[in-house]
Design a protein around this ligand. Structure first.
Ligand code: ADP
Ligand code: MG
Length: 379
């Protein structure tokens, strides 16, 4: 493609720069789901509805009842480095919102056809806008509810190499569900729905974290959850770990959140496993859904474009606290039965050998550890 001229250096056109940025931020439909849901959260939405078609490759809709946008913002939000969440690089540390780079929408709009419909409470009419391959038409007034609805169609339509790189629908759907679950677990006080090709996958009314977990994973999880709660100067810790005897051979039930944001952190993961030392069958992974609250200026989540990794100033103390807290929680559970079982949810008393719900693979029936807890289920 390149033509030989005297100058070798060229400034990339804006839409090419956006497409390159999109390569970092948008790997697959699931990335779009994540970015749009985070924007909805940042806009203060109490209800977020996600609809996917063909695992999201042909259509992703995220609808929220958040603040909405006025006419200027509705156009501006698709520009690169356009954000309402950051004013200076100093703001990066100590940021309470999910987004901050102001590149998600610009990236998505450069590699898909995006339709925006949005209205603020103070406006009588909302507006709709179509933007395709970075080119947008003039916004038009529409009647619509307060909030924002983003529709992303034909992801990577103009980047065939990336479209071809996508995996099968079941794999892409799994990724999208993972992102949805991470966000839904982190915000049990908000309502979420997810559907795929018209079929409902999750309908999650707002409630407690325990209710959210049971809604996401199934009623039989109620008896498996051990609450973790710990407050120190360095870190606040809350959430649940699964009883070790229900650990699975497959990963996928490990959720760690820092200040409400899902992260992966091998050292913290290892700390949880160490806390269950001797209680886990080797090669099995326990469920955990743990929330770390850390002074926002002492954690850097900006080291990774999709913000899934984080650096902590007090990593070592946190590892120690995490390990001790989980251990203590399990110990406490051993001595006294948990009294905060939520009676709204039924117990599943199926024997462990028949645990095959929600389309997940069941564990093989190898040697099983004796239940740690005071049995609440007659075992
Ligand atoms: P960032 O989230 O990093 O600011 P984005 O490209 O994701 O960057 O969004 C750009 C801006 O568009 C946001 O800062 C916000 O002001 C606005 N915006 C995006 N999505 C929504 C939404 N669902 N509701 C209201 N405003 C939104
Ligand atoms: Mg964003």
């Amino acid at each position: 493609m390149s033509t030989a001229t005297d100058t070798h250096i060229q400034r990339l056109p804006e839409h090419v720069a956006n497409q390159i940025a999109a390569g970092e931020v948008v790997q697959r439909p699931a990335s779009v789901v994540k970015e749009l849901m985070e924007n909805a959260l940042d806009a203060g939405a109490q209800r977020i509805v996600v609809e996917l078609k063909d695992a999201g490759r042909n259509r992703i809709v995220v609808e929220d009842n958040g603040l909405g946008m006025g006419a200027e913002d509705a156009v501006l939000c698709f520009e690169r480095h356009a954000t309402s969440k950051l004013r200076s690089a100093d703001d990066l540390l100590g940021l309470a919102t999910m987004g901050f780079r102001g590149e998600a929408l610009a990236s998505i709009a450069s590699i898909a056809r995006v339709e925006l419909r949005t209205r603020r409470a103070e406006d009588e009419l909302g507006l709709s806008l179509v933007i395709e391959g970075g080119e947008h038409q003039a916004p038009e007034p529409v009647h619509c509810d307060v909030g924002t609805r983003m529709t992303v169609k034909h992801l990577f339509f103009n980047v065939p190499a990336r479209r071809n790189f996508l995996k099968s629908d079941p794999v892409e759907l799994r990724h999208a569900i993972d992102e949805f679950q991470r966000i839904a677990l982190a915000h049990p006080n908000r309502t979420f729905r997810l559907s795929h090709n018209g079929g409902e996958l999750f309908d999650l009314p707002s409630g407690s974290l325990r209710q959210r977990l049971v809604r996401v994973f199934g009623a039989r999880y109620d008896e498996r959850l051990v609450p973790v709660d710990e407050k120190t100067d360095v870190v606040g810790l809350s959430g649940f770990v699964g009883k070790p005897e229900f650990a699975r051979r497959t990963r996928g039930e490990q959720f760690l959140f820092v200040n409400g944001r899902f992260i992966k952190h091998p050292a913290f993961h290892a700390a949880v496993l160490r806390a269950m030392d001797g209680l886990l069958t080797p090669g099995q992974f326990p469920l955990y859904v743990l929330f770390l609250e850390v002074d926002a200026s002492r954690v850097d989540v900006n080291i990774h474009p999709t913000k899934v990794e984080a650096k902590f100033q007090e990593e070592r103390p946190i590892v120690a606290i995490l390990q001790a807290a989980v251990k203590r929680a399990l110990g406490r559970f051993h001595v006294a039965p948990s009294l905060d079982f939520d009676t709204e949810t039924a117990f599943d008393i199926a024997p462990p050998t028949s645990r095959t719900g929600s389309g997940r693979a069941s564990n093989p029936t190898g040697p099983r550890l004796q239940s740690l807890s005071c049995s609440t289920d007659g075992r």
